[in-house]
Design a binder for this molecule. Sequence first.
Ligand code: ZN
Length: 256
Amino acid sequence: MSQLDIHQIPVLSDNYVYLARDRASGQTAVVDPAVVKPVLEAAERLGWTITHILNTHHHGDHVGGNLEIKAATGCTIIGPKADRDRIPGIDVEVEEGDRVALGEAMAEVFFVPGHTRGHIAYWFEESAALFCGDTLFALGCGRLFEGTPQQMWSSLSKFRKLPEDTHVYCAHEYTQANARFALSVEPENQALQDRSRAIDAARAQDRPTVPSTLGEELATNPFLRADQPGLAANVGLAGSEPVAVFAEVRRRKDNF
Ligand SMILES: [Zn+2]
């Protein structure tokens, strides 16, 4: 059993880049390097040697540091097979069900299209860590730039089955705005009200609200709760299929 040490690096206006180091081997991955300098500096300060880049999708604020970090470290870039032409410097193409080894730590790959057509996520089961890019956010989900509500609901449904103690390492600090929206569609949700207050307190002290746990998300994130009758009723779709409720919640968020 091998576990990861995970270091969170806030960059740009609201992105999070992660360094994940396998304790057993010292191999270290950068997850979605938006930028170069803060990532190399953090690795240097920690004494961690970057051996891999794990990309979730092709957006510039997730792959922007790929080529320079590869040039500086000689690392191996792993990314989505379905989007290989849009991942700079990709060495290893992965898809649903593939396993990615970081030293002795092992990740399972989920294909989770919706935000983009090639989006993937990495689940390190032994470390209870999910690197989900822009698919699932704390109290939110990614915009559907290249996918349908059906695809995104099906992608999120893969995450819904994971253990509740899974830590959700998403790629943006959007939580406070997401909480305001979530309360607009589920105002009676007590767990959401409590979480929203805790988020306001954390942000007032400039503390991150990420990672959250999947258990928290299942209890409060409307995009994971499209099968809840109360939420369906709140958006005028009592008795509808979850995917229809999901689509309506996503549409409302786009216009919030
Ligand atoms: Zn994105």
